[in-house]
Design a protein around this ligand. Structure first.
Ligand code: 2YJ
Length: 270
């Protein structure tokens, strides 16, 4: 699991709202739509929630400690959805207490293993892994023109870690036929047992127009391996596409570091 660095997200506060607009323009889904899809609620209900709920982001020092600008970045994303958001001055348990005292109902907290949004009143929780997988799967379906159903659509999922497994399962649930590219051979048995195809090598990728990339190795995916009409939803960090592939596939891929997953988490917590 990749840990974000402060350099990667340093400009999130300026960019979170603009990325929301860009997603809406490019794929017809913005943060609110993605949260709505994740929660099974309507856009209107999430918008209503944004007027009602107060959100607190609590910096957590355990393990490797706080990531500078992580909490502010989360706050900026949720704020771009119209919620009233604070970052607590205190960290950890003291920060949770501060969030209660200040009347926040939805609390965002992350340590080295898990990142969640929890609704302290209803008990609802949005887990970042599940939310990210849902968000990117929906984005891929939207880019592929398959939002109304993906029956029989051939999709390649790259990487069979936590997010890759969740995306594969989500897309299968929508009717897609999933094949996995995963360089760790020890995962082959689990892939086959789950009923997915297994690609022996990345040259097979060329056969797939629809790609979800959940690998965590940057700059390995060259344009020559990709279908000319490929669309790519890529939650994997660092981003896989080489500079040349980014140029060739400009406008045909969606990748971010924190925004889509965080937006969907709200859906799980309202
Ligand atoms: O509060 C802080 O600043 C830190 N405790 C944030 C830690 C963020 N955690 C991670 O980036 C981990 N890799 C966990 C992410 C889990 C979801 N994919």
């Amino acid at each position: 699991m990749t840990r974000l660095t402060s350099e990667w997200i340093t400009d999130m506060e300026e960019k979170a709202a603009g990325w929301n607009d860009e997603l809406r323009l490019r794929i017809g889904l913005d943060y609110i739509d993605l949260a709505a899809k994740f929660s099974g609620r309507s856009r209107k209900e999430i918008l209503k929630a944004s007027e009602v709920y107060k959100v607190a982001v609590i910096p957590v020092t355990s393990g490797l400690g706080t990531i500078s600008s992580f909490s502010e970045s989360v706050a900026a994303i949720v704020r771009a959805m119209g919620f009233d958001v604070i970052v607590t001055e205190n960290t950890d348990v003291n920060g949770i207490y501060e969030a209660y005292v200040k009347g926040a109902e939805i609390l965002f907290i992350a340590d080295d293993d898990r990142y969640i949004a929890m609704n302290r009143k209803s008990g609802a929780v949005g887990d970042n892994n599940i939310a990210t997988a849902s968000g990117y799967a929906e984005i891929l379906l939207s880019m592929a023109g398959l939002s109304e159903g993906a029956k029989g659509a051939k999709v390649a999922v790259l990487g069979y870690g936590i997010i890759g497994q969740l995306i594969a399962s989500y897309l299968t649930g929508k009717g897609a036929v999933v094949s996995i590219y995963e360089k760790d051979e020890s995962r082959k048995k689990a892939v086959k047992a789950a009923g997915y195809g297994w690609m022996e090598d990345k040259s097979k990728l060329k056969e797939f127009k629809y790609i979800a990339d959940a690998t965590s190795e940057g700059g390995w995916l060259e344009a020559e391996y990709l279908h000319d009409e490929a669309v790519i939803a890529a939650p994997g960090i660092p981003f896989s596409l080489t500079e040349e592939a980014k140029t060739k596939y400009a406008g045909r891929y969606i990748h971010d570091l924190l925004e889509i997953g965080t937006a969907c988490m709200i859906g799980g917590a309202v």
